[in-house]
Design a protein around this ligand. Structure first.
Ligand SMILES: Nc1nc2c(ncn2[C@@H]2O[C@H](COP(=O)(O)OP(=O)(O)OP(=O)(O)O)[C@@H](O)[C@H]2O)c(=O)[nH]1
Length: 215
């Protein structure tokens, strides 16, 4: 049987504070594993995954960068050509949320596409799910959502540990990229009618109206 052609190859970045769970989200998404002793990223890591969104086969090149300043090198080339970015904070760390402005500034400085699609991910919700440990939460879901709206980002809360929200974060991001005209290269695919968009009038907004907040 003939395989579906790849509609596009997309460059996705993961940025955010050290320890927020960037590498863990990548590992969960690509290899479906979790390491409680995940070590800090030095420089840049890179993984490839093919996924299917709305019937479109898309190849993702996902770049995971070090959150720690001393391990950060080659910043401009890291950002160049990216169509999507996942901005990660830890729902138990106020500092990781406060630092989001800095990451957005860096993104604005180095990314060469103005219409890059952004997904804000509040990670480690497994740490706050139980009433007994509710006091761990440092950033409310509403606050995360409000920040995302202010900066035209999608928003999801996730756990790389339990898998919650991880697949959806990548899917929603890719769906929005594909639906953004001029953002990805293969315009021939649109003309040739290869591109399939989800059924229904709200296809442009994804499964959760453009701003995902898992309950
Ligand atoms: N409980 C819990 N722990 C997590 C989760 N995601 C990551 N961790 C843990 O948090 C720590 C930091 O995770 P990393 O994935 O290395 O974080 P990072 O953002 O890539 O950090 P840098 O590489 O330094 O930028 C590790 O001990 C992970 O196991 C999560 O969803 N839940």
């Amino acid at each position: 049987m003939e395989e579906d052609p790849i509609l596009a190859t997309l460059k996705i970045l993961i940025i955010g504070e050290s320890g927020a769970g960037k590498s863990s989200l990548l590992l969960r998404f690509v290899d479906n594993t979790f390491d409680p002793d995940q070590s800090a990223t030095i420089g840049v890591d890179f993984k490839v995954k093919t996924m299917n969104v709305d019937g479109n086969k898309v190849k993702l090149a996902i770049w995971d960068t070090a959150g720690q300043e001393r391990f950060r090198t080659l910043t401009p080339s890291y950002y160049r050509g990216a169509q999507g970015v996942i901005l990660v904070y830890d729902v138990c760390s106020r500092a990781s949320f406060t630092k989001l402005d800095m990451w957005l500034n860096e993104l604005q400085t180095y990314a060469n596409r103005t219409n890059i699609v952004k997904m804000l991910v509040g990670n480690k919700i497994d740490m706050v799910g139980d009433a007994a440990i509710l006091e761990n939460r440092a950033v409310s879901r509403q606050e995360g959502l409000a920040f995302a709206r202010r900066h035209q980002m999608l928003h999801i809360e996730s756990s790389a540990k339990t898998k919650e929200g991880v697949q959806l974060a990548f899917e929603e991001l890719v769906q929005k990229i594909i639906q953004t005209p001029g953002l990805w290269e293969s315009d021939e695919a649109r003309r040739d009618g290869q591109l399939r968009v989800g059924d229904g009038a709200d296809a442009h907004q994804g499964a959760c109206g453009g701003y995902c907040a898992l309950t």
